[in-house]
Design a protein around this ligand. Sequence first.
Ligand SMILES: [Zn+2]
Length: 977
Amino acid sequence: MLLRFYLIPLLLFMMSFSMPVIAADDSPFQNQTVAFWPLNEGQGQHIRNQNADDFHGAVTKKGFTWKKSVASFPGDKVGGHIRIPDGGKLLAGPAFEISLDVRPTSANSVGPLLGTKSVSESRGGFNLHYWLKGKRLSFNFADGTQVYHFRFKCRLPVNQWSSLIVRYDGTDVVAFVNGKEIGRHSQPGQILKNNPRAPLLIGGYMSSTDCWKGQLRNIRLKHLATAKGSQVVRVKTSPKIDGIMNDAIWKKTGFHPSVSDPKTSYALCADDTHLYIAARCSITRTKRNKNTPLVISLDPEITGHRYFQIELTPGNKVSTALVGYYGRLVQDDFTISKLATATKVQATRWTAEIAIPFASLAVPEKNQPYWRLDLRQMKSVSNRKRQMRIISNLPAPRYSVKQKRRIGSLIYQWKLNDPAPLDLDLKFRPPHNTWFVANNLVVPNWFNIDLPAKSIRDFDAHLILDLPNGIELLHVGTLKADSSVKTKLRKSRFTWKKENKGRPIIHQGKPYTRYRIDVAEIHQRLHTIGPFYLRSSQPNETVQTLYYQTVYPNSKHPVEQLKLISKTFPTPGPPKKLLASLTWMSPEDYMNWPDGLNSYSQLGFNAFSIQKRDRNLLPQGAKTFLDRARQQGMKIVAVDSAFHSLLSQPDAHSILASGRTAHDVCPAYRGHAYQKELQSIALWSAELQADYLVLDVECFQKGSDYGISKSCSRCADYITKTKLSPRMSMISLGTAIQKDVHKSVKKVHQQRRITPPNIGFYHSKPGGFVYQNTLCFDKSYPQFVGHAEPVFYNTQKDSTGSEIRRMRRLIDHGDLIPWFTTGFHVAGGRPIEYPSEWVYDRVLEGYGNGIRGINWFTFKNFEAADFYYYAKAIESIKQVDNLIYDSQPLDNVAINKPYKVTAIKHLKTKSILLLISEYTKGASGKVVVTLPVSIAQGSQLYDLARHKKIKTISGRRMTFTFNPGVKGAHTSLFLIK
Ligand SMILES: [Zn+2]
């Protein structure tokens, strides 16, 4: 698919566009021989490179002979090859050619002809083989992220010389035998990465097997001039960035077609400081009637795993991002500073001009003259790995001293010099560049693990942690896997210890204490290792450095730094009426948290959660812990993946025609196992005396699909009986299930004379939403369920408020207890985090819009900084706990741009809570708020974040200063009473 996708536009482009002639001396790419070994020495052990006075080789094995002055290799199991030390560094770049003469001496002559000892995804390299009983030529090369394989059908005549050429021009790999093309494969936009530590081996790469039998001569490695169409034209006068293509330079450069639907074309030029792009785009709209933006991806260092992305709309709205981990990590808070863009919309198309400063992309001064670029108009922007093409002839940037300093911090902040994550590599990586360490509480921190593999892995790797004086490591916990990990391994296996070899550890002249964390086994789905519980004895805002390093048996990552900031954490204490629960935290997590009960409640949480396990078993010690917590006023949230046990009960499966079996749960099944499950749910909740019962029911999708299509006879009978539509029948069944749960829970709790819990179903929300065709909040609230649990697993900065407000208006009370995250994991991908300061906004956008609780997912995404900003937000919330609990939305509140305001008011008193936000920059400024109602004389306006009264107010209008509650956040709460 992809090959075809690329091939056609590229070919068209090469044929139909006349490119300007670029003076030869402008181009860094000329056909250039980098090494030539004729192998005509005729005697001895030494092989000469006749292209230059280096990269000479030596014959390494006995058995190698000269026949009529020509190098003759003995073949299998005898060995014999030529070794060129450091030869792996010779060949690199986007266009190259390998040529040699080959003479097999028997029909069984196969083996490696030449190549670096290994071709490694990470370290690069190439090799060329003659394989498969003399039927195939194969060539492989690596770009630093993956290995590309190319196969050519090829039979070389025995005892005759054939000349072979393999050429890559940045687009196609082509092979020739005796000047005739034998095959071609398209692989545009790749770079052969040299492998500087590897030798180049001619005629073999293993000691005694896989060696070439026959003769070789005239081995030549060449760099080629790249295709001219991809060259960036160097300019002295930069184009004017006005969106109009009338600059002389664009006539000179010509336009290239992009690999894009709708049709797009672009032109490139550059000077010492900027890359300039001009683009011609079609006017097209998405299904949702939005203009499709132009998306430019740039990989200046051809990392292949990280690139910059610029998205530009016809209306000149720009968004930028740094995309990492092969497209899986999108950091959209990355700003390309001093990026200039302009667009111009015409009748049938729109045009854009863009100036991209090298400095803002931190392009190194010694950068190679080629980059990778992808430019397209997207119908939908996905994060998948871009298929980029090479652009070449880019100047090496020149920077001022001041710019260099700024680039240095850019590189540090965004980890731009991080090595590529590897497939077989375990690398520890903090979620952010800093760790907060509390000096008044104990709060966890985490390392994420780069591990794109798919299963449990054994490791012989360890992490070194060097901690400065004043920072103590109290404990490293073992993290349990989420229930989604369906293997025997439910946790990582590792050990930690202080390393004391009597040798002081010194960094920057200061003493450090070294800890070593050995990792034996990890499940990749965990993504995270920790928690690391540190405690600081340093004053608030003390900045220190932690040094860490990932070490594995044969190599190690460079020593890396992490900023430690000692902080006196806010200690608002738990809210009284609202639920504040880190719901995805297991008993092992909170029981192993040093000072956990105190720290957790001081930070502003008031509930511990516990997930139901097999046979309702509680982990050892959990009962005592929870009893103690309850005595201190904490609530209990019982979590149950209810009805999932029915998946293993054949009785409960859909009844399909012709004896087909289904592994599902039929929503119409009401047999013994169903009744048992109802009882089990109720007992679990009663045993814990749960205040909240969270039911994570995700097992009815398949069963209800069969029901809707009437493929299940049990469901079909029900549909006939009720005379409802199939869809409505399934909802009716779902509602009946929720009714049964409610009844069972109520009965068991009444028998035990305890208050039944507030029941909620995961992923439920008002407004007609039906989960898995069965569970509909609107039908079951408030009779059978007490609250809705909408899910907000996203990482955009202003992604919660408007939805929360919409849902809040749909139900009378604030019976919404949504799921929020401080960062979560995409399937098969890597950790996605948003800045910890935004946790502050999430908390305010939740409670501040009048909801009664928040479930946080998940403990392992909650690093100390997240807890810090969470607690900061709870400081405001605690002051208006009562108001929020008994509130209703107040509509028609207005504010001056660019600020936004929403308000809730207490049902009985006249208190009004204002939530003000500024999401573009989090800018402070003067706000003018107009209320729909008049405020009584003598009312007061309070700034809750700063715990202070602003002024006495009255009437409908008020003017005051807005500041985000914390630096880096975008929201703040104000109270009128
Ligand atoms: Zn059914």
